[in-house]
Design a protein around this ligand. Structure first.
Ligand SMILES: *[C@@H]1O[C@H](CO)[C@@H](O)[C@H](O)[C@H]1NC(C)=O
Ligand SMILES: *[C@@H]1O[C@H](CO)[C@@H](O)[C@H](O)[C@H]1NC(C)=O
Ligand SMILES: *[C@@H]1O[C@H](CO)[C@@H](O)[C@H](O)[C@H]1NC(C)=O
Ligand SMILES: *[C@@H]1O[C@H](CO)[C@@H](O)[C@H](O)[C@H]1NC(C)=O
Ligand SMILES: *[C@@H]1O[C@H](CO)[C@@H](O)[C@H](O)[C@H]1NC(C)=O
Ligand SMILES: CC(=O)N[C@H]1CO[C@H](CO)[C@@H](O)[C@@H]1O
Length: 485
């Protein structure tokens, strides 16, 4: 009996060749399934012969119960997305609590979701093709996808999703903004949205980001931002000197960068520590005023952790290149999105004494990147247009939870205050940064973070019960049908 059972499982695993494993924590490994969806290229100018492309989505259905389960749509963006990653590991627990199906939908032009797949004769990322890389097309992708899922997109009907299953969107950062905007634009398709560190406010000159790096690193002591500031100054002097330049670039594996590119590459990667909750690690590396030691600490850290930042993707040559070399490529696409719409150009803080990056990180530097990569007609960003479209910080919708981490430099592009059925929460704790509550809960998580997750779930409970009570009668009918199927 047991042997047969094991054999059956083995067969099942062998047959499901679209399945894959993801390690969420050291103890938790999940199985997900990868699928492709026939998505429309242009939702905004429909045509008799719609152009179709293949959009990737992944499902996690271990806890799914179609009779009373929630469907979580995990929204992608800014990079490739193959299902739930450890950074969104909380979804695994939420799935268990809400008998949920989790569907991760990759964003157009990222990863393998390419409207114009790379071939010998087709380049994925020409400026002409990237015209279809817009926030409104991306939202329409989600709307079309959800409406298809509700009508049993899955041919074998194995998931038995129906109109009576409440849908909740989840996203962090730019996908967090999409999650909020989706609730505003297509409120009939979901019961609510979690918008984590959602950058709903487009700002061209986003110097507040750099200022938050100063503010967050100050939490370790004023020496931390000070040491980083003197480091940036020394770096600038060294890279500008013909006698020392080559050795410095070599030390950071950045021989392919110009001086200005290098002076963006380093601060951008220091800011990443803070953005991703590693402020204390960064400050430990800079717990010395000695420039040579600072450099060595940084290089050693990246080498030992096998996460040395790839300088190539910061070069104009790479940003110019219209071909997709690997599915992880995302720099040109994201550059296009902020050049053409959002801005969020990360210039030095305008508060005297608080700049954490070189003055070469100026608007004209970013404008140069944009115009060289896409031509002069793509720049300039249109924050007024985007904010006019969705409302920016004056967005008005219901059932959205906005979260921000107290150390997150992006919080200044997010929503500040609760109002009208929209709730703003903050996780105020050490190293609480971008999208912090979405990761898998740990026993060491601060009380503030645990409270954020509890409040989110209380709101989910309310949205779900409002939904099911509103549709009580047809809900029972539909679910009875499923049982009888
Ligand atoms: C998951 O972790 C195990 C060991 O802990 C490792 O053997 C395996 O390759 C990992 N799988 C993935 C997909 O990373
Ligand atoms: C409609 O689609 C066809 C075929 O893809 C294309 O040749 C034509 O230019 C499109 N028309 C418009 C108005 O976009
Ligand atoms: C950091 O920001 C907080 C909130 O705006 C402010 O109260 C605090 O004074 C700032 N700290 C520094 C060092 O700028
Ligand atoms: C850096 O990125 C480029 C472009 O994606 C890639 O071709 C190259 O292999 C990467 N280098 C390293 C060391 O990973
Ligand atoms: C990038 O492309 C622009 C426009 O074609 C060109 O002027 C510039 O020299 C290119 N830069 C590099 C580094 O290839
Ligand atoms: C932009 C924004 O709302 N930021 C808030 C995030 O949370 C911190 C911590 O309470 C607030 O100080 C910020 O105002």
């Amino acid at each position: 009996m047991k042997a047969i059972y094991i054999l059956a499982i083995t067969l099942c695993l062998a047959l499901a060749d679209n399945s894959f494993q993801t390690n969420i924590t050291n103890e938790i490994t999940i199985t997900q399934y990868e699928w492709k969806f026939d998505q429309l290229l242009d939702h905004l100018h429909p045509n008799q012969t719609d152009t179709i492309w293949k959009q990737r989505f992944c499902t996690f259905s271990q806890y799914w119960n179609p009779l009373n389960g929630v469907v979580f749509i995990s929204i992608g963006g800014e990079s490739q997305m193959k299902g739930i990653s450890p950074g969104r590991g909380w979804l695994v627990q939420l799935a268990q609590k809400y008998n949920a199906l989790v569907i991760s939908l990759e964003h157009r032009f990222y990863g393998v979701s390419q409207p114009f797949p790379q071939t010998a004769t087709v380049d994925s990322f020409t400026t002409q093709n990237l015209r279809y890389l817009t926030h409104d097309q991306a939202l329409a992708d989600i709307a079309y996808f959800i409406s298809q899922v509700k009508q049993n997109l899955f041919a074998d009907n194995s998931f038995k999703v129906s109109n009576m299953n409440p849908f909740i969107t989840v996203g962090g950062s730019y996908p967090g903004a999409l999650s909020a905007w989706f609730r505003y634009k297509y409120p009939h398709l979901t019961v609510g949205a979690l918008a984590s560190s959602a950058v709903v406010n487009a700002i061209e000159d986003f110097w507040q980001y750099d200022n938050q790096i100063f503010n967050s690193t100050s939490k370790s002591g004023s020496w931390c931002p000070q040491n980083i500031q003197t480091f940036i100054q020394s770096l600038q002097t060294e890279v500008n000197s013909p006698t020392t330049q080559a050795a410095l670039l070599k030390q950071f594996q950045a021989e392919q960068l110009s001086v200005d590119e290098f002076l963006f590459f380093i601060p951008d990667n220091l800011a990443s520590f803070v953005q991703y909750g590693q402020r204390t690690i960064l400050c430990n590396l800079f717990n010395t005023a000695d420039y040579e030691t600072q450099k060595t600490n940084l290089v050693n850290y990246w080498t030992q952790n096998k996460n040395f930042p790839n300088a190539t993707i910061y070069s104009q040559k790479f940003l110019n290149s219209t071909s997709q070399t690997q599915s992880s490529d995302n720099m040109r696409q994201w550059l296009y999105q902020y050049c053409s719409y959002f801005g969020w150009l990360q210039t030095p803080s305008q508060i005297p004494g608080q700049a954490m990056r070189s003055s070469t990180n100026s608007i004209s530097f970013f404008e140069g990147q944009c115009t060289q990569a896409f031509g002069s007609d793509i720049y300039v960003p249109k924050p007024d247009e985007v904010n006019g479209f969705y409302g920016g910080v004056n967005l008005l919708a219901t059932n959205i939870i906005f979260t921000n981490g107290s150390e997150d430099p992006w919080q200044w592009a997010s929503l500040t205050k609760s109002k009208n059925g929209m709730i703003a929460l903050v996780s105020d704790c050490d190293n609480c940064a971008h999208g912090v509550e979405l990761s898998y809960p740990q026993p060491t998580d601060s009380q503030a973070l645990q409270n954020t997750r509890t409040t989110i779930q209380q709101n989910f409970d309310k949205w779900i019960s409002d939904f099911t009570s509103q549709y009580a009668f047809s809900y029972v009918q539909t679910q009875l049908k499923k049982i009888n199927q």
